[in-house]
Design a protein around this ligand. Structure first.
Ligand code: ATR
Length: 272
């Protein structure tokens, strides 16, 4: 019987996940179907329950439901626990709803395997302190960077993220205006690009060795990557690779098979 999977969000029609998972399934010869479900904003829990009651095997969760998915879970992975958000759901043998967050692993795999950029011992700057930033913190810190500075418009929110990792040295919070020293890698996890905006950043944080990574992607270069390129960054990368890698990580959790991501990423870039 064909196994059923889906991504749940609102809105959802723009989602590339059905296409990505269909390619993974074809490449690994898995008998599965992956659809997109738009849940009413006040009926996420019912949508999840209906899906699993009908025999569904696994769900991805996207905006605005990742925090609600976290709260619904009866079991969470360690990385999901700290991230406060869940993007991958399944049921275990006892019927418990289980959750993981594959966003951070997707980011780290894209950086370290696809580009490849080593993060160990490097000075990293994370811009933003919302859900997207929180979701990637633990996997980034697991790479043992020398420092991880979290800069945010609202300082307290960056400090709250730092406080989630009391055992880790080298993590600190600041305002954008306090930034001055250069970084090896700057990751934009703010939602500013969505509005065509850019956090107020000083040019001095970029050198010809600096990598810039925007977790957003689109048909055109993001405002952050445009700015970084103008400052002479070594390379500017968008979040499409992270999208494909987080999907592969979810696929691996469900199917125990790791799909090839390079061919899928190349196809998505061609058809943008
Ligand atoms: P997401 O789930 O995408 O992270 P979020 O939780 O609403 O969304 O967080 C948005 C992040 O982008 C926050 O860090 C926000 O800064 P504040 O915490 O100060 O609100 C940041 N952000 C949004 N628009 C921004 C802008 N124009 N300039 C700088 N930061 C911005």
């Amino acid at each position: 019987m064909t196994d059923l999977y889906a991504v749940v969000g609102n809105p959802i029609s723009h989602s590339k996940s059905p296409r990505i998972h269909a390619l993974f399934a074809a490449n690994t010869r898995q008998d599965m179907e992956y659809t997109a479900i738009q849940a009413p904003v006040n009926a996420f829990a019912d949508t999840v329950a209906d899906f699993f009651d009908a025999g569904g095997q696994g769900l991805n969760v996207t905006v605005p439901f990742k925090q609600e998915a976290w709260a619904l879970c009866q079991w969470r992975s360690e990385r999901a626990q700290r991230s406060g958000a869940v993007n991958t759901l399944w049921q275990d043998e006892q019927g418990r709803l289980c959750g993981d967050n594959t966003d951070g692993a997707g980011l780290v795999r894209d950086l370290t395997l696809n580009h490849p950029i080593s993060l160990t011992g490097k000075n990293l700057l994370l811009l933003g302190a919302g859900g997207a930033a929180r979701g990637v913190l633990q996997p980034l810190l697991a790479q043992a960077p020398a420092t991880l500075v979290i800069a945010n418009r609202t300082l307290q929110k960056a400090q709250d993220l730092v406080d989630l990792f009391p055992e880790t040295t080298g993590v600190r919070a600041c305002h954008f205006r306090d930034l001055s020293e250069p970084f090896d890698l700057i990751i934009n996890a703010t939602s500013a690009s969505l509005a065509g905006d850019l956090p107020p950043l000083p040019n001095g944080i970029i050198t010809p060795q600096t990598f810039a990574y925007d977790m957003m992607y689109g048909p055109h270069q993001t405002p952050f990557n445009q700015w970084a390129q103008g400052c002479g960054a070594h390379q500017c990368i968008d979040g499409l690779g992270m999208l494909v890698e987080q999907a592969a990580e979810a696929f691996f959790l469900w199917r125990k098979i790791r799909p090839d991501t390079a061919s899928v990423l190349a196809l998505l870039r061609d058809f943008r």
